[in-house]
Design a protein. Structure first.
Length: 132
């Protein structure tokens, strides 16, 4: 019975250390992570159609994409020049920090379960060791 206790204690210590370190790493990256570095690259900007699930822009109750499709948007460049804005002219950059945080939290949940299992193994080993 003592060998079983030693095995449980050893496995509990190893699992707890590994998974607690993974859990701490996940929480530290959430705390120290900068939301400013997760923007879509300027060379890979997305069209309004590609980001319609993330956000929509409205001008006086009409969506920007519908205004561009109806050829109702114009850009005034200096010296009185006006250019018609078409949907292909409108691009967006998206901050993906929220998606990154979700993936970090998924890893944190896995690590928390592992740390809990390690603590259960450690408690079981201590129980078997000191059981009379």
């Amino acid at each position: 019975m003592k060998e079983i206790a030693k095995g449980f204690i050893g496995a509990g210590i190893i699992c707890s250390c590994v998974f607690v370190s993974l859990l701490s790493r996940a929480f530290l990256s959430l705390q120290k992570g900068s939301g400013n570095i997760w923007w879509t690259h300027k060379g890979m900007m997305l069209s309004l159609g590609e980001v319609k699930n993330d956000f929509e822009i409205y001008i006086k109750g009409t969506s920007l994409s519908k205004l561009a499709e109806k050829e109702m948007l114009f850009l005034e460049a200096g010296a009185g020049e006006k250019f018609q804005v078409v949907p292909a002219d409108i691009k967006a950059r998206v901050n993906n920090w929220d998606k990154r945080r979700i993936s970090i939290l998924k890893r944190a949940v896995f690590a928390a379960f592992g740390a809990g299992a390690g603590l259960v193994l450690l408690a079981a080993g201590l129980f078997f060791k000191f059981k009379k």
